[in-house]
Design a protein around this ligand. Structure first.
Ligand code: SF4
Ligand code: SF4
Length: 81
């Protein structure tokens, strides 16, 4: 079975998509179980795992809310900017 890949940003190309954001995701580090489910779903590849917790790069997160939808323990809450 083939696996997908997360393509890292090349900051010399492409705009920072964080400027589009109306809502922003906040990770509750107490609730996050480190499953990394949210990482491949992010259309902006702006979630990385740090110390086994999801960490969001707000320069590129556009606030779509997909990460909050797919998190199995609802550790990500969408809040107004
Ligand atoms: S809100 Fe969307 S763009 Fe931002 S981290 Fe979550 S999935 Fe990625
Ligand atoms: S899907 Fe939820 S529990 Fe899993 S790493 Fe992301 S924020 Fe943490």
């Amino acid at each position: 079975m083939e696996h997908g890949a997360v393509i890292k940003h090349d900051e010399t190309k492409g705009p920072k998509t964080g400027a589009w954001r109306y809502m922003h995701p906040e990770v509750d580090k107490e609730k996050c179980i480190g499953c990394a489910t949210c990482v491949p779903f992010c259309p902006e590849a702006s979630i990385e795992m740090k110390e086994n917790k999801a960490d969001i790069d707000y320069d590129y997160c556009k606030g779509c809310g997909v990460c909050a939808e797919v998190c199995p323990v609802k550790a990500i809450m969408m809040k107004k900017k």
